[in-house]
Design a protein around this ligand. Structure first.
Ligand SMILES: Nc1ncnc2c1ncn2[C@@H]1O[C@H](COP(=O)(O)OP(=O)(O)OP(=O)(O)O)[C@@H](O)[C@H]1O
Length: 309
């Protein structure tokens, strides 16, 4: 993978050969990664893959054991480097006794040209609770406030660690709209999420990290094409367990609509066997893997590779 040093044009943040351990746990193992101006990068990986560690290094909250991290061409631990950064780490909470309006005013006062508080709160659907103490907000309102705070300083780069976890569908979509506005205004976004539809909706580029290493990097279609898995679905009277033992089957299950769904490494062979074995099937459909299926396949195959070493 080619990773340009941050000094190169348009690279806003980068990690170059970065490793980080906590005691005997290796969280990142020689990671190369960079974000270029105008991109929306979705960082995907299973629990414990190293995503938060990477974001914490890029935002200057932690230091690498080896390798180099840059933010706007500087060490992210220098406060001036973070002036152009808006961030919401996973574990942050809002101050319970400050009012919502005061909190936005306070954070905004650290920036030269903050978004006006009323405008920001209206945009995030928080205008009605501007006078309320932050501790009295619902969990979803607190999450929205945290993302609003990440945007108050008109940052060039926003780093969000699971910003919509726990939000209902309407609140998530509202947040996606605000993030789309930010991006349309020239902003750059690096986001982690456990919701693959969120990454698919927002991201122009997807980076998959597993067990401390980058295992895939590209747009959604490129990630899907990295895996040879296809989805073959059909209706049949046979139980899905019948297909589990077939050659090339990755998994077989019954969908909510009653169709049997077989994930297979060789769709042609799977369909050929249905015919040869006289399986009573109807409504046959063959699709490329979804982002979610590609993600599962990529992270399983690295785990298997590491286990067999
Ligand atoms: N402060 C810490 N002390 C000890 N181990 C840690 C610490 N922070 C992270 N780890 C470990 O480092 C590894 C990577 O963790 P990290 O939080 O970066 O993963 P993640 O991909 O963000 O996971 P999640 O999706 O669950 O948030 C995990 O094994 C985790 O247990």
């Amino acid at each position: 993978m080619t990773v340009l040093p941050t000094g190169a044009r348009n690279v806003l943040a980068g990690a170059y050969g970065v490793s980080k351990s906590y005691g005997s746990t290796t969280a990142l193992d020689g990671v190369d990664f960079s974000v270029t101006a105008g991109e929306t990068v979705g960082l995907l990986g299973p629990n414990g893959a190293g995503k938060s560690t990477l974001l914490n290094l890029l935002s200057g909250l932690r230091q690498p054991d080896s390798g180099r991290v840059e933010l706007f061409g500087q060490d992210p631990r220098n406060p001036p480097a973070r002036q152009g950064l808006g961030t919401t780490p996973q574990a942050t909470s809002v101050p319970a006794t400050l009012r919502v309006r005061e909190t936005v005013d306070f954070v905004g006062s650290h920036y030269a040209d903050p978004v006006p508080t009323a405008e920001l709160l209206e945009g995030f659907g928080l205008g009605a609770v501007a006078g309320k103490q932050c501790g009295g907000l619902s969990g979803g309102q607190q999450r929205r406030l945290l993302v609003a705070l990440a945007l108050v300083g008109r940052p060039r780069l926003v780093i969000l660690d699971e910003p919509t976890t726990g939000l209902d569908v309407e609140a998530r979509e509202n947040l996606w709209e605000r993030l789309a506005d930010y991006r349309a205004g020239g902003g750059t976004l690096l986001i982690t999420s456990h919701y693959l539809d969120e990454i698919q909706t927002l991201a122009s580029r997807v980076v998959v990290i597993n067990d401390g290493s980058v295992v895939a990097d590209g747009d959604v279609d490129a990630i899907r094409s990295r895996v040879s898995v296809s989805r073959v679905s059909f209706h049949t009277s046979l139980p899905s367990s019948y297909f589990v033992s077939q050659p090339h089957t990755v998994s077989a299950s019954l969908s909510a609509s009653g169709a049997t769904t077989v994930l297979t490494n060789d769709a042609d062979d799977t369909v050929r066997r249905l015919v040869q074995d006289n399986v009573d099937f109807r409504g046959l459909e063959v699709h490329a893997a979804s982002l979610e299926e590609a993600f599962i396949s990529l992270t399983h195959s690295t785990a298997e590779r590491k286990a067999s070493r």
